[in-house]
Write a protein that binds this ligand. Structure first.
Ligand code: SAM
Length: 325
């Protein structure tokens, strides 16, 4: 089975092309060892079932199970929920979303990592089609209470239950974490909401920008530039660009960079190449890994390029292809 990831799929993704069939879309976020995901696929032959997960071991486990069971309507994807919702799906495209036992992130300083939070829920509401369903299960009472509050204050969703949650949901396949909670005597809390026709918060699909690069002139050699390199962290709005390391190639320098944007993290490389004219250099995105040209990548080119030019008073930019310029 071809491994899929949010970095390799087109933004937004043409799911009909991925599955070879135009069917309604069901998404499970954080499927773990996949019992529920496979159950969804078996129960819904009329649907394309997409599971997203960040743990490599879980992905491999589920890929093997899908092959063994010869299921053709389910695909696991290496992706975070945030990237999935903002980059892969178009508005009003999802028929169902399932979230089973999300990581609680108990500590207050980690609360921004929780799946159930306003920004992610808004994106989810935007991507659900009218009448589409959202199911959530958790065994953590604090998480249930926090989610109940968040869901109740979401105009685009209606509760399909007569209480905030229920403690049993017959007919469910028991997930790994659900089984553990049951064995340890902790009650589970199940939520079921339906997308109504209240307009969703406007959440654009994040697509790629054209490639950016910078050409500059500098009297400094590659070695002189590398000698001046120091790791540094730069913030541009809600994006963090970390310049990590510089390496010497035969006719170039490679800079290792980590870019953290609200909906995607990328660990990529930029190449500084000497041009035919002795004192001219081109700085551009390298092809190591699978870089995608997000706004954060443009910030990184700009930060790195301007730093390189700042190293010498006679250095100057010849051309700079960046979106803001
Ligand atoms: C507590 S486990 C629950 C697994 C499974 N759903 C179950 O009920 O047994 C949470 C799962 O969510 C995954 N996960 C955590 N953060 C995620 C994110 N931002 N996007 C996608 N999956 C995530 C973790 O790797 C883990 O497998």
């Amino acid at each position: 089975m071809q491994k899929l990831s949010s970095l390799r799929l087109p933004w937004p993704t043409d799911w009909q092309a991925v599955f070879g069939a135009d069917r309604r879309l069901i998404l499970e976020i954080g499927f773990g060892y996949g019992a529920f995901l496979l159950h969804l696929a078996r129960q819904n032959p009329d649907a394309n079932v997409i599971g997203v997960e960040i743990a490599g071991q879980c992905l491999s486990h589920v890929e093997r199970a899908i092959e063994r069971q010869r299921l053709t309507n389910v695909r696991p994807i290496h992706a975070t929920a945030e990237t999935t919702l903002h980059h892969l799906f178009t508005p009003a495209s999802l028929a169902e979303v399932h979230i089973n036992f999300p990581d609680p992130w108990f500590k207050k300083r980690h609360s921004h990592r929780r799946l159930m939070q306003r920004d992610t829920l808004d994106a989810l509401v935007n991507r659900l089609q009218p009448g589409g369903l959202l199911f959530l299960a958790t065994d953590i009472i604090e998480y249930a209470e926090m989610s109940a509050e968040l869901l109740a204050s979401t105009p685009g969703l209606d509760n399909t239950l007569s209480t905030s949650w229920v403690n049993t949901l017959p007919g469910r396949v028991v997930t790994k974490y659900e089984g553990r909670a049951q064995r340890e005597g902790r009650p589970c809390h199940y939520f079921a909401y339906r997308r109504n026709t209240v307009p969703a918060p406007a959440i654009p699909i994040i697509e790629e920008h054209p490639m950016s690069h910078m050409v500059f002139r500098s009297p400094l050699s590659l070695d002189e530039m590398l000698a001046r390199f120091e790791s540094a962290e730069h913030r541009v709005g809600d994006t963090v660009v970390s310049l990590l390391y510089g390496y010497r190639g035969r006719n170039n320098l490679l800079f290792e960079v980590f870019i953290k944007e609200p909906t995607i993290d990328q660990h990529i490389a930029f190449l500084l190449t000497k041009r035919d004219h002795d004192d001219e250099y081109t700085l551009k995105l390298g092809t190591l890994g699978y870089p995608r040209t997000t706004a954060g990548v443009h910030h990184a080119v700009s930060i790195l390029g301007n730093w390189l030019v700042s190293l010498h008073p006679q250095a100057s930019i010849i051309t700079s292809k960046l979106p803001a310029e």
